[in-house]
Design a binder for this molecule. Sequence first.
Ligand code: HEC
Length: 200
Amino acid sequence: MRHARRSNLVKFGILVLVTAWAVGCDEDGDTSQEADQVVEQEESAETEAGEETALVEVDEVDPYREVMRGELRELPPVPESLEELPQGVNIVQLEMRLLTGAMQNILQLIGDERLDEIPGQIRQVHPAYELTHQALEEGLYRPPVNPDQIEEFIAEDDEFHDVLRGLVGAARDDDLEGVTQYYNELVEGCTSCHGQFRFP
Ligand code: HEC
């Protein structure tokens, strides 16, 4: 009996506390004022821009969707020959820019499991790789760091392109696990080569 009465008392006490807190909030004005402001903003958005457009605009500036907006990055075509390179960019820089775009696209394709579109990305970079090889063979290009180690540079480049071929094969086999491993290897290839030939 005593025990039950005490627990009722505790319940009553909690009720009093909760009520006091709720009244306090009201007197304080904080929470209710904020709510009023929200309502006011909604009202003004509706009257200023018209009810329908206001809603569409809010939808369009969703910053999270913005990150994924659009489809894959468009890769401009590789020039036909070394003579047709745009001014101010050498063939390795051009190849690297396309490679970076392709890698970003491929990451998106891996995330979406659209493996069949991966070979097309590599195919678009390939002519730049061939021009780079031509430039290296003709002595027209030297990397900014260790420019005298051209044999090693060519070897590193060939190794990287073997991994690219592996990636294309895994993508054609619809092998997501393999694609992921080759992708990792490619990223390691960027860092490894840059450590030797790009960044002092
Ligand atoms: C075989 C060597 C090698 C590999 C592999 C390599 N790079 Fe490079 N990269 C270079 C060199 C050398 C430069 C400097 C080019 C120059 O300024 O002449 C460079 C420059 C760049 C640049 C700057 C281009 C510019 O506009 O100046 C980017 C971006 C880049 N690499 C991205 C990558 C990415 C991403 C990867 C891997 C997916 C990668 N690279 C793999 C050698 C390599």
